[in-house]
Design a binder for this molecule. Structure first.
Ligand code: AMP
Length: 226
């Protein structure tokens, strides 16, 4: 005999039953882009994270690359930029995404450009090991989404090329890897420079805890995803 499906009992369980992007509350232009990209179903992290982020909460996600975590933070960010249109501050950005390596930073920038197509969102990426001048030029008029590695971003901050006081959302992707790579000082300074009112999304790879490494105030407001 077949057991009838049990109705979902907890909020997390109910979210797992939301299997269509249309159920998540994203804007029409984002839904059109997802259909064009042939993204039919949200991955588990997307189904759980997107409604929480759209509800204005911070996010702490524990996820490997390949789980769809980039879209889990990029889609609600693009939703916000689409719904609350305003110019990016000069020499500033509305959204800052920190990533440990130039490869990951470039992938995130590519994803934001792809997902943001049709919304008119500007995105740029800055990392070390290449000339700073083109990066300064791209940031000069302000950019909606800035994706950066911590060391080069701190250099730009110290030289007055970028300021973070207009940041509305900060994302730390693979923050444990940033700390493993010795970026603790830049990460601390960058975290200290963004406004307290900004939404904070933080992703860790499933590995040892790093909760002691950042100021307690950074963690206390974060919604624990898992
Ligand atoms: P990520 O974990 O963010 O690196 O994503 C891994 C890959 O999955 C990327 O190539 C994404 O384009 C793809 N992807 C993310 N979300 C979805 C989805 N809901 N449906 C299909 N592909 C997806």
């Amino acid at each position: 005999m077949k057991t009838p499906a049990r109705p979902p009992s907890s909020p997390n369980e109910r979210q797992r039953h939301l299997t269509q992007f249309a159920d998540l509350g994203l804007t029409a232009s984002i839904l059109e882009m997802l259909a064009a990209e042939r993204y039919t179903m949200p991955t588990p992290i997307q189904a759980q994270a997107i409604p929480h982020v759209l509800a204005g909460r911070d996010l702490l996600g524990i996820a490997q690359t390949g789980t769809g975590k980039t879209a889990a933070f990029a889609l609600p960010i693009l939703h916000r930029l689409d719904a609350q249109r305003r110019p990016a501050p000069r020499r500033g950005c509305r959204v800052l995404v920190l990533a440990p390596t130039r490869e990951l930073a470039s992938q995130i920038d590519d994803a934001v450009r792809t997902y943001g197509r049709g919304i008119g969102v500007s995105s740029t990426v800055v990392f070390g090991g290449v000339g700073a001048t083109p990066q300064i030029r791209k940031m000069a008029n302000g950019v909606d989404v800035l994706v950066a590695t911590p060391g080069r971003l701190l250099d730009h901050m110290q030289q007055g090329n970028i300021r973070l006081d207009g940041v509305e959302v900060i994302v730390l992707d693979e923050v444990d890897r940033m700390l493993d790579m010795g970026f603790i000082l830049p990460v601390r300074r960058i975290v200290a420079a963004h406004p307290r009112t900004a939404r904070r999304f933080c992703f860790l790879r499933p590995c040892r805890p790093i909760f002691e490494s950042l100021p307690p105030t950074f963690w206390t407001t974060l919604w624990k995803w898992r």
